[in-house]
Design a binder for this molecule. Structure first.
Ligand SMILES: NC(=O)c1ccc[n+]([C@@H]2O[C@H](COP(=O)([O-])OP(=O)(O)OC[C@H]3O[C@@H](n4cnc5c(N)ncnc54)[C@H](OP(=O)(O)O)[C@@H]3O)[C@@H](O)[C@H]2O)c1
Length: 294
């Protein structure tokens, strides 16, 4: 079987690792970490395009340090805007599609209905602004692109809320968690699976309805309720012996350099309709992640 060649950038990140792990049989994947392929380096990108000749690019590389971005915006924009621009230009020159991941932080969170792809964006952090600039670069420089906006990513790799809670839960008897931000936790594995499902559809049909898709697990929750469920499942699976006492606090009680949206819920109905199936629940994904971490 002739395999479709896919270049995965940011392959050592949470989603990047899952992309490499979950690649379907019909794809030959070259996963590159930041040290192998720096997406801000046009010559390096060109080298991979020439040597590997990918037929599709999936970009999982990003500057994701939301708070640090406030004090180093140049770095955030260099990766999230200029890096994406270079990838988009390379994909366009090779006449191949580019699948990219973006974020709920392109919205300011002042709404109370799940955000649709067509809703106006208004980021309230440098990270969100740099990711939005990347989306705009993609639309400007690339004809065939997918932007998968997602939220509250967790998984077995890298740094994320689940791993932080499990670590703190083992160290402390009491924890305070923000209870007034709403969003949808999403496993890195399910994002990778969504990107591969889109890739398979592209290969089968030689085309896709290009553009922006919202993708998360469901249903919406708060960080506080997410933490409660993490501890409930960790105890049930024997990962923690005792559950710390949780107190619900407000965003104002947990100041951070970057402003977080109070409402981050994405409406995934466009993706669900295209795939003809509902998105997975974050509770079942969490159970699998805790099982693996165990
Ligand atoms: N994490 C979340 O909660 C969340 C929420 C919504 C959307 N997203 C989006 O989801 C995508 C994947 O995020 P993630 O959670 O997997 O992030 P991650 O774990 O931080 O992975 C990002 C990867 O990108 C790499 N990278 C950074 N600069 C690079 C460069 N110049 N060239 C090549 N690679 C570079 C990083 O490598 P180094 O570590 O070596 O720098 C890292 O391995 C991103 O687009 C992110 O914006 C994430």
């Amino acid at each position: 079987m002739v395999k479709v060649k896919v270049l995965v950038t940011g392959a050592a990140g949470q989603v990047g690792r899952e992309l490499v792990k979950l690649a379907p049989a019909g794809f030959e994947v070259l996963g590159c970490s930041s040290s192998q392929l720096d997406i801000t380096d046009a010559a390096q990108i060109q080298q991979y395009m020439t040597d590997f000749q990918p037929e599709l690019i999936i970009n999982a590389a990003a500057y994701t340090a939301v708070d640090r971005a406030e004090s180093e915006p140049e770095k955030a924009y260099a990766i999230n805007e200029q890096g994406v621009t270079l990838l988009a230009q390379a994909a366009e020159a090779a006449q191949i599609p580019l699948l990219h991941i973006s974020t709920d932080y392109v919205f300011n969170g002042s709404d109370t209905h799940p955000y649709r792809e067509t809703d106006p964006t208004a980021p309230s952090s440098v990270y969100g602004l740099s990711k939005l600039a990347g989306e705009q670069a993609l639309a400007q420089f690339c004809t065939r692109y997918i932007i998968l906006r997602t939220s509250w990513v967790f998984g077995t790799e890298g740094n994320n809320f689940v791993k932080t809670m499990l670590r703190l839960g083992a160290e402390r008897e009491q924890l305070s968690v923000v209870a007034d931000q709403q969003g949808c936790p999403t496993s890195a594995g399910s994002i990778a699976a969504a990107l591969w499902a889109l890739s398979e559809r592209y290969v089968a049909q030689h085309d896709l309805p290009w553009g922006i898709y919202h993708f998360s697990n469901s249903p919406a929750t708060t960080w506080y309720d997410f933490a409660s469920e993490i501890f409930r499942q960790a105890k049930a699976q024997g990962v923690l012996e005792t559950i710390p006492q949780l107190s619900a606090i407000g965003t104002e009680d947990y100041p951070t350099p970057a402003k977080r949206p109070a409402w981050s819920v994405l409406d995934c109905s466009k993706f669900e309709a295209f795939m003809s199936e509902p998105v997975l629940s974050w509770q079942s994904e969490l159970s699998a992640v805790i099982g693996t971490l165990k």
